[in-house]
Design a protein around this ligand. Structure first.
Ligand SMILES: Nc1ncnc2c1ncn2[C@@H]1O[C@H](COP(=O)(O)OP(=O)(O)O)[C@@H](O)[C@H]1O
Ligand SMILES: [Mg+2]
Length: 312
């Protein structure tokens, strides 16, 4: 009986596969339509180039945060095609990047999008580099994985692409990472791709002065003595002023002696100008005229300054 059934069906294999494919499409579209009604999504307009979203939401984070999700706007066009997003950890940078990318993807698959109003172009690709992942078995370190993903993006992005880069350059030393992040950002800026670049390197925010079309945004947060750090999850114009890393570490429950030691070290590092002052003084010394006693006195003073700076 089985063989008979199988042979009977085999004659209609093509029609059956086609019907199954059509039903699968219908299933996806019906699910998207249902969620659009249920969650108040809008029909996006296809634009010739600009991307404008008002009150956009990340559908998954929105559901997870109950009624407390803070929607945000996005505005990308020729005069602002590179958005540089700063703000403390946990502020909502990654969520914002993914929100924009998800809206673009949903628009392009023919769905409504989670926003109050949406106008989006048809991108030739959506390139993303988000989060760290290891490929240790494959013999590639976290940083190697990050760099090869970045390489693919930098080679592939065009002026019609959407590029989402989250904390690029994190996997190496600070100066290395900063240098790579800035060079990658400059390269992408030159392609004209719509780029959203979230970074903890505040040094990059000064690029706004040199690169037309690069705009600083940050996620609002506020610190006060009594309640610590408050996150508003709201994306607003301008660069963030500081990273609040130590504050976030405190919220996460690091032992108090560790966070207060970190705060002192940070103050010392931030006044790192001392080192440069010492280097300049040293370079300017006329050793031929220096007596051994004067040299010793200088050494004594410099050591005092360095130790004082590190322990303040
Ligand atoms: N717009 C938002 N509204 C409400 N909560 C948010 C919003 N964005 C982020 N969050 C919450 O903050 C957490 C951290 O967000 P994330 O995007 O990972 O921050 P960042 O990348 O700045 O460190 C999320 O897991 C979510 O719970
Ligand atoms: Mg993040």
């Amino acid at each position: 009986m089985f063989t008979e059934l199988r042979d009977g069906l085999a004659g209609h294999a093509e029609a059956l596969a086609e019907a199954a494919g059509a039903l699968a499409d219908l299933d996806v579209l019906a699910a998207l339509a249902e969620i659009a009604v249920e969650c108040g999504w809008v029909r996006p307009r296809t634009s010739g180039g600009a991307a404008r979203l008002s009150q956009a939401r990340h559908p998954v984070v929105e559901r997870a945060t109950g009624g407390r999700f803070v929607p945000n706007d996005a505005d990308l066009g020729p005069s602002r095609h590179t958005l540089l997003l700063t703000g403390p950890n946990m502020a909502g940078k990654s969520t914002y990047l993914r929100t924009v990318a998800l809206c673009a993807l949903l628009h392009q698959v023919g769905s409504f999008v989670p926003a109050d109003h949406a106008e989006l172009p048809v991108y030739d690709a959506i390139h993303t580099r988000i989060g760290a992942s290891d490929d240790l078995a494959g013999g590639r370190s976290t940083f190697m994985v990050e760099m090869s993903e970045l390489a693919t993006i930098l080679h592939g992005a065009t002026h019609r692409s959407l590029v989402i880069l989250d904390e690029v350059g994190r996997g190496t030393s600070t100066l290395d990472g900063l240098a790579i992040a800035q060079a990658a950002l400059e390269h992408l800026h030159a392609t004209g791709a719509h780029t959203l670049f979230a970074t903890h390197y505040f040094e990059l925010t000064r690029l706004e002065a040199d690169l037309p079309g690069l705009v600083n945004l940050h996620v609002a947060a506020e610190e006060d003595e009594a309640s610590g750090l408050t996150f508003y999850h709201q994306v607003i114009p301008g660069a963030a002023r500081q990273s609040y890393g130590v504050e976030v570490a405190r919220l996460a429950g690091l032992p108090a002696p560790v966070t207060s030691r970190a705060a002192r070290l940070l103050t010392a590092l931030n006044s790192g100008g001392d080192d440069r002052k010492l280097t300049r003084e040293l370079a300017a010394l006329d050793l031929g005229r220096l007596t051994p006693m004067a040299a010793l006195e200088l050494l004594h003073r410099w050591q005092g300054e360095l130790r004082g700076g590190a322990e303040e």
